[in-house]
Design a protein around this ligand. Structure first.
Ligand code: ATP
Length: 336
């Protein structure tokens, strides 16, 4: 049986890293019917449609996507298609496992880091509701609802139980945003009370940022509203070797889209030097979602063996291999 999967190469380094991930998945022997769907800033500018129907149609057919990054213009231009897609398909849980890779030299290489970031994916300051009240005075709406907060907290606790994890830390700024973050926190506490077997802690986001750097090994699952989740994800990526290696999953009740934490990295696009690890490990999460557990384990071990050997690493993690050479090494390690 072949699994239908929507493959969105994206733009910037997206096509390079998604092609690498596709080659690696194909090399596991799992049969995927890749349905390639264009989604990039040129197409959006040409059609004026920030979320083309073809993308949504394909994902509504396949229910599973592997997605490269798509550029979001800064301070103006079209709104983020990544955010639009998550909202359109109600992919409410953004799950990002962050762990050290064997053999990879980082500033924290002596510390065993193994945490999972669970980020609410549909609201908060990502509501896109900004308004210029009068010239030079702008407000932006932070939307926090009980429904979305309960839903993400329940997801995190269910995930903790199924993954055999022990502790959840809810991260907030409820000392300042007493209503908005206060509601998020009340929902987390309410759900935590139903899971006495999971330790529940809370940290104010600024303190959490420091604790993550000072004692990252003490974190297990982090549960955050959307914006803190975005920022803390990049911080956590920095602890284990950078954005090139941290994967992610956007999960809804019907659909799931797998994508790296990193963006389109225009500074290195087209140079053939992007690290495809994050995209490949997002594909590992996809294989688990497709219940192809053996292939997922096999691909994860192949990636880890290339890191252990240290010979074919890309420049962001201290090597000088191209995207293609790294990918060839992973495929060789798969032994197909
Ligand atoms: P966005 O806001 O779109 O999520 P970002 O803030 O995460 O983007 P990126 O576009 O991911 O930013 O890039 C941040 C830095 O990390 C850049 O210098 C980029 O070159 C580097 N980087 C990101 N992804 C990779 C990768 N896969 N391989 C190597 N370097 C990367």
């Amino acid at each position: 049986m072949s699994h239908p999967v929507t493959l969105i190469p994206g733009d910037g380094i997206g096509p390079e890293v998604s092609n690498a991930a596709r080659r690696a998945v194909d090399a596991t022997g799992v049969k995927i019917d890749w349905q390639i769907t264009e989604l990039n800033s040129n197409l959006i500018l040409k059609t004026g449609d920030s979320l083309p129907k073809s993308v949504v149609d394909s994902l509504e057919r396949t229910h599973v996507g592997l997605k490269g990054p798509v550029t979001t213009p800064i301070a103006g231009g079209f709104s983020s298609v990544n955010v639009a897609l998550r909202k359109r398909l109600d992919l409410y849980a953004n799950v990002r496992p962050v762990h050290s890779l064997p053999g990879l030299a980082t500033r924290f290489q002596d510390v065993k880091i193994d945490m999972v970031i669970v980020r609410e994916n549909t609201e908060d300051l990502y509501s896109g509701l900004e308004h210029e009240v009068v010239k030079d005075v702008v407000t932006g709406l932070k939307v926090i609802t009980r429904a979305a907060s309960i839903r993400i907290a329940e997801y995190a606790f269910r995930f903790a139980v199924s993954a055999g994890r022990k502790k959840i830390t809810a991260i907030h700024k409820a000392n300042i945003m007493k209503l908005a973050d206060g509601l998020f926190l009340r929902c987390c506490r309410e759900v935590a009370a139903c899971y006495p077997q999971i330790q529940y802690h809370e940290l104010i986001v600024d303190n959490a940022a420091m604790q993550l750097v000072v004692r990252p090994e003490t974190f297990d699952i982090l549960l955050l509203p959307n914006l803190y989740g975005d920022i803390v994800s990049d911080l956590a990526a920095g602890l284990v070797g950078g954005l090139g290696i941290v994967p992610g999953a956007n999960i809804g009740d019907q659909d799931a889209v797998f994508e790296a934490v990193h963006g389109s990295a225009p500074d290195i696009a087209g140079k053939g030097i992007a690290n495809p690890t994050a995209m490949m490990m997002s594909a590992v999460l996809m294989l688990i979602h497709l219940k192809e557990h053996e292939a997922a384990k096999h691909l994860q071990s192949a990636i880890e063996s290339v890191y252990n050997a240290k010979k074919h690493l890309t420049c962001d993690v201290g090597g000088n291999a191209s995207t293609e050479v790294f990918t060839d090494a992973v495929i060789a390690a798969l032994g197909h």
